[in-house]
Ligand binder design. Structure first.
Ligand code: FAD
Ligand code: SF4
Length: 510
């Protein structure tokens, strides 16, 4: 008996039970495929990071004695698509059984299920042994509920896994310290230097470009900050715990033009490729908190753990509960095109220019930049969620549909009509002025809504409320905003309408 086992590029879990011992009858199959580079226009660093991590993983497997068949993107005999790849590998290895690990993306899940039905050999699948929860668990938890409250899911997860708990109560007497996580940052405390990841990927970049893969963004060796091996991922986790965790929660929402990463962990790529498991990250952070009292406050550790034990598992559960319909939702009926400047960073709006250029340079923006700068503007500009999704799915190092689409279409664009956010995440310039230094270097005035120098976010914000009144005015959390809008005098309202119409018409001129 011979078994062929497929490992996808985001299934690099070295501690999976598949690899516990060497089995002579098993051959592992891995491939860098155009099928995967071309379903979205990805950032070059994302393609490089995945391929480099896959190559390192395959080398480690081979070094441990496993049999591995690996196709590089440039190999002339690479079939580039899953059906042909599996057919060829089955023929080559003479395997009489095919196995795969459950994919996290609906697209691949369906493709593999259908493919297995037509195979001439027996097939089977296994769990990736990565997440805390299984695919259907969130759906079971919220059965019969109209809204999926993250906070109640998170509390259940804290209890079930005994994370930051004292008996049945949360440590510190409080579940959530979100209110303490809203400090701004203006140079102090200093942000520790990034750890050096000594890896030369110029050859790989040449190979990817030579194969004709169309990408966005810059490869910039100096800006490539992504771990592509488990060893490097563990080093990054160590760096985070040692230097960044003490300030993580407090400055989680802050934005500064000189510090793209601030105190964020940059662990999302290592987690989403499964080089690190969420459990080991959460346990490590909880341990650091308990072992370094006085240095790491509970609010910092809880703020971080909530992202992984809470949000990350929650988003995955929502994805499997709601797909495939979720990918078509457009509750607010937005139909405008994404401004061209999202692909170039060429805009006078300093917040957007900074966040987009940083994204093109590093394949990274932190959560609040994604939500309250690029996401906020796209929603206020009433861009079609398909186009917003396509941008987010391509540009970020960690963008895989299960976590991209729930965050973008759901949390950021309110296209699911409030399934996972109780109101749209929109703001005028006020929020950005408070939480960043972007407005200081901007040609626009954040305090004005009308006039040539008025911040475009302001007119768009009030205009959005007006145009989306049928969907939003009944939401009790929006009541105050509508009262403020209705109190504006008619001349001001007309001025806002005109300025917003001009911006919506030609957003790339601003
Ligand atoms: P940190 O701030 O250090 O947080 C630690 C970890 O918590 C992250 O690595 C991540 O694994 C997890 N996490 C934090 N927030 C979320 C969240 N909302 N959902 C799921 N996990 C979370 N995250 C992705 O992994 N892939 C995406 O494609 C993605 N797209 C997003 C799109 C939008 C519009 C928004 C608003 C958020 C998106 N996020 C996405 C969530 C979040 O922005 C990133 O996980 C985070 O910025 C990654 O950087 P970090 O590792 O430094 O995170
Ligand atoms: Fe952004 Fe407006 Fe501030 Fe300029 S003034 S940085 S456009 S919020």
């Amino acid at each position: 008996m011979k078994t062929l086992r497929l490992i996808l590029g985001d299934q690099l879990n070295p501690r999976h039970s598949w690899f516990a011992g060497v089995q002579p009858g098993v051959c592992y199959l891995m491939a860098e495929m155009r099928q995967e580079t071309d379903y979205a226009r990805h950032h070059i660093q994302k393609v490089m990071a995945f391929f480099a991590a896959m190559r390192n993983f395959a080398e480690d497997l081979a070094a441990a004695g496993h049999q591995v068949r690996y196709y590089r993107i440039s190999d002339p005999d690479n079939p580039q698509r899953l059906p042909e790849l599996i057919a060829r590998a089955l023929a080559e290895t003479q395997a009489d059984r095919f196995e795969y690990l459950l994919p996290d993306e609906y697209r691949l899940d369906r493709q593999l299920r259908e493919l297995c039905q037509g195979l001439p050999v027996e097939s089977g699948f296994a769990d990736t042994e990565h997440f805390y929860t299984h695919r259907g668990e969130l759906a079971d938890f919220f059965r019969g509920k109209k809204q999926l409250l993250m906070e109640s899911f998170y509390r259940m997860m804290r209890r079930r896994h005994g994370v930051l708990m004292q008996g049945d109560a949360p440590e510190g007497g409080q579940w959530n310290f979100d209110r303490e996580n809203r400090r701004t940052w203006s140079g102090s405390p200093p942000v520790p230097a990034l750890p050096q990841l000594s890896q030369d990927l110029t050859g790989l970049e040449r190979e990817i470009r030579g194969a004709g893969v169309q990408t966005i963004g810059r490869a910039g060796a100096a800006a490539f900050a992504w771990p592509t091996s488990r060893k490097a991922a563990l080093a990054l986790l160590g760096h985070f715990c040692q230097h960044l965790l003490p300030c993580f929660g407090a400055y989680q929402d802050a934005m500064h033009h000189q510090e793209p990463f601030l105190f964020h962990s940059r662990l999302s790529f290592a987690l989403n490729s499964k080089m690190l498991s969420p459990r080991e990250v959460v346990e490590r952070v909880a341990r650091e908190y308990h072992e370094r009292p006085g240095e790491i406050q509970l609010a910092q550790a809880e703020g971080f753990i909530r992202q992984i034990l809470g949000w990350r598992e929650y988003m995955r559960g929502v994805y499997w509960k709601e797909m495939p319909a979720y990918a078509t939702l457009n509750h607010l009926q937005n139909h405008r095109p994404l401004p061209e400047f999202y692909w170039t960073g060429q805009t006078h709006m300093n917040c957007l220019r900074t966040a987009i250029r940083q994204s093109l340079d590093t394949a990274y923006a932190h959560h609040i930049q994604r939500l309250m700068v690029t996401g906020n503007f796209a929603l206020l500009a009433q861009v079609h969620p398909d186009q917003v999704d396509a941008w987010y799915l391509g540009i970020y190092i960690d963008a895989l549909e299960w976590v991209e689409i729930t965050n973008t279409r759901g949390m950021s664009q309110y296209a699911d009509g409030g399934l996972l956010a109780t109101k749209p995440y929109i703001s005028s310039a006020n929020y950005l002025r408070n939480m960043s230094d972007y407005c200081e270097g901007c040609r626009y005035n954040p305090r004005k809504a009308i006039g040539e120098d008025a911040c475009p976010f302001n007119a768009l914000y009030w205009n959005f409320l007006e145009e989306k009144r049928p969907w939003l005015s009944g939401n009790p959390r929006m009541g105050m905003m509508y009262r403020l809008l209705d109190r504006k005098d008619p001349a001001e309202q007309e001025g806002i309408r005109r300025r917003a119409a001009a911006i919506l018409d030609r957003p790339d001129d601003y």
